[in-house]
Structures are given as C-alpha cells and as structure tokens.
Design a protein around this ligand. Structure first.
Ligand code: ADP
Ligand code: MG
Length: 606
C-alpha cells in the first residue's frame, strides 16, 4: 500500500497538461481550435501552413481583430475568453469557442508563438511560449491580425507523441478540419499550404456551390442536388448526392448546426433513412447540410471538442432532413445553375450541328433518334425533332396518357438522349447533353414496373389477369406462415391467391403489369423468403406492399426476353419519367453517368 500523502492543489502547469489531453489530442484538433478562433475574430482571410503532418508546424494567420498586448498575454491563461461572461450566455453561444481553454492547452504542449496586432495599433505583440512558460514578449512589426503557430507538438508529452499516426493519417484529419471550415464559411478566403506546397487557395465571397466545386471538383458537384426545406422551425439547406454517386463510408457527409461543424446520431440516421431503398447496402451518399434553428433548441456544450451536439427535439430534426433530401432528389435536375455554361439553347438541342462532330454516324449504327425530354420546355409540347436526313425522327412520347403533369417531367435525368447501342448484349449506351450514360436494362425495367405497380396500388387500380391454368404452390412451413399472415395484403396487390390446405396455396390471377411470363410459384416462394428474412417490428401496410412489389418486379424482369431495339427506347423513356430513375427498387444503380468532363480528364485533355 502506498503511504498516504497530504492533499495538494495541482500547479497550473500540471492542470494545463491534463486539460490539454482533453482539448488537444492530435494536430487536427490544434488546427480546429486555431481556425475557429480566427473565424470568431471576424477574419476575412485565413492562411494555414502545415509541416510534417502538423508535428513540426501548425500555423494559422488571419486578418481578424487582433489583440492588444494585455489580451495577448491573457489569452493563454486557462478559462480566459472574451466570448462568454456568465452562465446565462451559454444558452445563446454564437461564437465557435467559448470555453477559453484551447490556447492554454495548446501552449502547454508545444512551442507556441503568437504575433498579433489590432487594426488601430501601430505595433504587434509577439509572445513566445514553450511548454506553457512564457519565454519572451516583445513588440514587433506585423500587419493587423493574428498569427499563431504551434511547433513541435507534444514535445514535452512523449506518451501523446507516440500516439500520433503517420504523417499521412494526421494529414487526412487535418484536411477534414480544413474542409469542414472552408465549407461552413464560403464567405471567407482560405489558403492551405502543406509542406510548402499550396494545396488550396479559396477566394472569399464564394457561394456554397462555388466552394463545393473548388473543394470537391465539378463532376461531384454535378451529382449533387440542392436541398432547402423548413420543418417545424428547422431549416435544412445544402446539397445531397443523387443515388448513383455514393461512397463506402460517411466521411463525405458534412453537417453543420447553426454554422458550426457538428455531429449527432439523429442526423446520420436521418440521412440514411432519406436514402432508404435508393442505395445498396454499405453505400453512403454525399451530403453537405446546414441545419439552422433557434440556438436554444440545440446544446453545443456537450463535448469538450464541441463537435457532438444535442437537440431538444430530435424528431423535428429527423423529419426536416428526410423531407428536405427526399424533396431534393425527387425534383432531380431542376437546379439551373448546375447546367454546364456551354449548354446549347433549346432550339439547338436536337440539331446535330451543335453537337461535337466526333459523334460518328457511320451506316453500321442503327438510326440514332434523339429523345427529347421537355424538362425545360417553356411552353410545353415536344421540342423540335431531329431533322437530319437519314436519321429517323424521334418516336413520339409513348406514355402521354399517364396523367403526369409538366412539373413531373422535371425529374428526367437528362434533357435529351439518344440510344447509341448495346454492349455485351446487355448494357445500353446513351448519349445525353452531359455525356455518356450506361444503363442496365434489367435494373431500369425493375424500377419502371415497380413504380407503375405501386402507383396502381396507391390508386387502388391494380389490374389482375387470370392465369390460363391456376398454379398450386407448396411452401416450407415457415414461409407458408408468413404468406398466410399477409394473405389479405397480397390479395390487395392484385394476386388471386387462396389457401389450398396444409402449407399449399393456389394462384389463379396475377397483376397484369408484371407481364405473362412470370412463374407464380417461383414468385410466391421468393416473396415469402424476402418477407421472412426482413420483417421489421411493426411492419406497416406500405412496407408489405413494397415487399410484394420488389419481389414481383424482380421476378417479372427475370422472366422477360432480351430487349428488342424498339423496346430499349420505350424503356429509356419510361425510366426517365420515374420518380427515382437512378436505382432499382433494391438500390442497385440503373444508370452510370460519365460526363464529358470526366471523359476529357480520362483522356488527359482536361
Ligand atoms: P475561446 O475561443 O474558447 O474563447 P481560446 O483559448 O481559444 O478560448 O481563446 C482565448 C481568447 O483569445 C479568445 O476568447 C479571444 O478573445 C482570443 N483570441 C484567440 N485567437 C484569436 C485570434 N486569432 N484573433 C483575435 N483574438 C483571438
Ligand atoms: Mg477558441
């Protein structure tokens, strides 16, 4: 047993080192604190320099309000802050920092320098600190603003230093911090220099879309749709990716709450839910979402690094996010400013002269009719047909009687397209105004029937077609049990099905939209298997309808013959009119886009 020792208050030096562990655990957290201070200081431009993954140097310069000599000396004390006066202020924190611990912590575990000058002062103050001890304070010349630099991070905390990862890994974290703040503040200019190489120079006064383009590149931005919706006092704005552009993890989901980078479990769940049935398992959308609400509805004081927030009414947040994203995806390409600037005018769209001459029209290709999609037609009615001799006129719209109004045609993923052919006997190649599109006809067809079928179900107007010979089906006991349980729902979905004693059923009619090639026995067993695997607790009527439709469409498409040329065109047209043309009901992509930009890049022409 260690002998009892008398109790003593810890020295500031030790306290700061302990506290430092909470606030500063790696270079990225130093960068975050320094950048946030610069933003709080009202800066317009922020320049960042990193050396050796931040180990050797993390420097942040700004043109913000600067500090007087007295303030500069005070700011490295613990709990020294200009941003909070009383506990009441905590209720309405508007600045990024407020705890007044960051600088004390960083200064305690690095060789730290501050050079700062308020705009109305003639001289700057320079302070040099090492391991929390002030070594030197002097006057110097410097432009208005503040530069803070942390060198040799954790030089006096070997245990922490050993926990640092490779430069590469630390840089990835640093980059993430940079991205978050650059996205959160498009109005500010940012410069990032890594190991003396300039990586980003972002001009101030940008729109969010410009900023995204600078940071993520045009092809990614073109796959994003603008989100803007308000629900119960929660505004959600930003961008979310179309289902065909996904990532293997959530690292490209950037969320801000009242302009501060934030996480909360409800946000991640809501994003995932918004894409439910649109994405394959394990894929995640890109999203840049700004949530705005009354500051009293969110608690930012949960975690020392302040990233995790707590909402007073999580369901409102959830509904706002799901509603906002769903709406954005449904009106897919309406976002006018995303159109490439060189886009031909409407009247030129179908005239080959306006297209690159490199599109070959050799005679071994079948006719290449352009399919107009009246998405941006001002006056309605189909656009001018392709009049080029030798090229057959585009077939007329084939679903004119579907009762859809003009606004719904805005969902088409392209303005116009033409079928160039098929590869591998399967995949269809299209040309559109934006580039090339590969379509999987099976997935596309599944999506088309799925929406048609669910649409009929929603209107209570499913057509059933009697089978020539009724089929009887015997199922394993577990599967028979689920079919019995949901028998009424399955009948409502257009199945003429009844119990046939034991674990057998008899089917004498099927929904007409599934075609007449389908095997009723196979379908019923697929359906039972699917329901058996995935019945969630409290599954709703709409859930069971979707299961029936998914299984049915899958079976219908498998039973189909290969497409004939005329059918390809009809399918392309039908797909373009779907609510969600980008994925099949199981979340597999129906189309893969390859934009002209991307093609140019691949050929080294960018
Ligand atoms: P907090 O940001 O929580 O207030 P910090 O330790 O990060 O605590 O900063 C302490 C104080 O130092 C801030 O409240 C602010 O007054 C001042 N300060 C820090 N960085 C800057 C800067 N770049 N420009 C002007 N003032 C700054
Ligand atoms: Mg701070």
């Amino acid at each position: 047993m260690p002998s009892p020792r008398s109790i003593q208050l810890l020295s500031d030096d030790v306290i700061n080192k302990i506290a430092a562990g909470e606030v500063v655990d790696r270079p990225a957290s130093v960068l975050k604190e320094l950048v946030e201070n610069s933003i709080d200081a009202g800066s317009r431009n922020i320049a960042i320099a990193l050396v050796d993954g931040g180990r050797k140097l993390i420097s942040v310069s700004d043109d913000g309000c600067g500090m007087t000599r007295d303030d500069a000396l005070l700011c490295i004390e613990r709990h020294a802050t200009s941003k909070l006066r009383s506990a009441d202020d905590l209720e309405r924190v508007a600045t990024l920092g407020f705890r007044g611990e960051a600088l004390a912590a960083i200064a305690a575990v690095s060789r730290f320098t501050i050079a700062t000058r308020p705009a109305d002062a003639n001289d700057a103050t320079e302070i040099t600190i090492s391991g929390g001890k002030i070594l030197e304070v002097r006057e110097t010349g410097a432009p208005p603003g503040t530069t803070m630099a942390a060198r040799n991070l954790f030089f006096n905390v070997p245990a922490r230093r050993r926990f640092l990862r490779s430069d590469q890994t630390e840089l990835a974290h640093l980059r993430q911090v940079f991205l978050l703040h650059a996205l959160a503040h498009p109005a500010l200019g940012f410069r990032l220099v890594v190991d003396e190489r300039e990586i980003y120079r972002l001009t101030p006064g940008a729109s969010l879309e410009d900023r995204l383009r600078e940071l993520l590149g045009s092809p990614v931005v073109r796959a994003l749709r603008a989100v803007d919706a308000t629900h119960e006092g929660v505004r959600v704005r930003g961008f979310a990716s179309l289902p065909h552009t996904t990532r293997g993890d959530r690292s490209e989901q950037y969320v801000f709450v009242n302009s501060r980078p934030a996480t909360a479990p409800v946000v991640g769940f809501a994003i995932a839910e918004a894409y439910q049935s649109l994405l394959p398992r394990g894929r995640h959308p890109l999203a840049v979402l700004f949530l705005e609400m009354d500051p009293s509805l969110v608690d930012v004081n949960v975690h020392p690094t302040k990233k995790e927030v707590r909402f007073r009414h999580p369901p409102a947040i959830r509904d706002a996010i799901i509603g906002g994203i769903r709406k954005a995806l449904a009106i897919a390409p309406a976002h006018g400013s995303q159109m490439p600037s060189g886009l031909p005018k409407m009247k030129d769209l179908f005239v080959p002269a306006g297209r690159p001459a490199t599109v070959s029209r050799s005679s071994d290709l079948p006719g290449l009719p352009a399919f107009p999609y009246p998405r941006v037609q001002p006056g309605g009615g189909p656009p001018a047909q392709n009049t080029n001799a030798g090229v057959p006129a585009a077939p007329q719209q084939q679903i004119e009687n579907s009762g859809r109004d003009d606004s719904e045609s805005h969902r088409s993923p392209w303005l116009w397209c033409r079928v160039l052919g098929q590869v591998g006997g399967t995949f269809v190649i299209l040309e559109t105004e934006d580039g090339m599109v590969l379509m999987d006809p099976q997935a596309a067809h599944e999506r088309v029937i799925f929406e048609r079928y669910l649409g009929e179900a929603a209107r209570g107007a499913i057509h059933s077609q009697g089978l020539l010979a009724p089929e009887s089906v015997s199922l394993p006991p577990e599967q028979a049990r689920v079919i019995r349980k949901f028998l009424a729902a399955i009948q409502e979905m257009g199945f003429g099905i009844g119990e046939f004693g034991g674990d057998s059923f008899v089917i004498d009619a099927l929904p007409a939209c599934l075609g007449n090639k389908i095997s009723a026995a196979q379908l019923l067993s697929d359906l039972a298997g699917q329901i058996e695997k995935g019945t969630p607790r409290g599954s709703s009527a709409s859930w069971i309808r979707e299961q029936v439709a998914q299984a049915a469409c899958h079976a219908a498409v498998r039973a189909r013959d290969a497409l004939k040329p005329g059918e390809i065109e009809a399918l392309v047209r039908d797909l373009a009119r779907c609510e969600m043309p980008y994925t099949c009901p199981h979340g597999r992509p129906t189309v893969i886009f390859m934009g002209f930009q991307e093609l140019k890049k691949k050929f080294g022409r960018a």
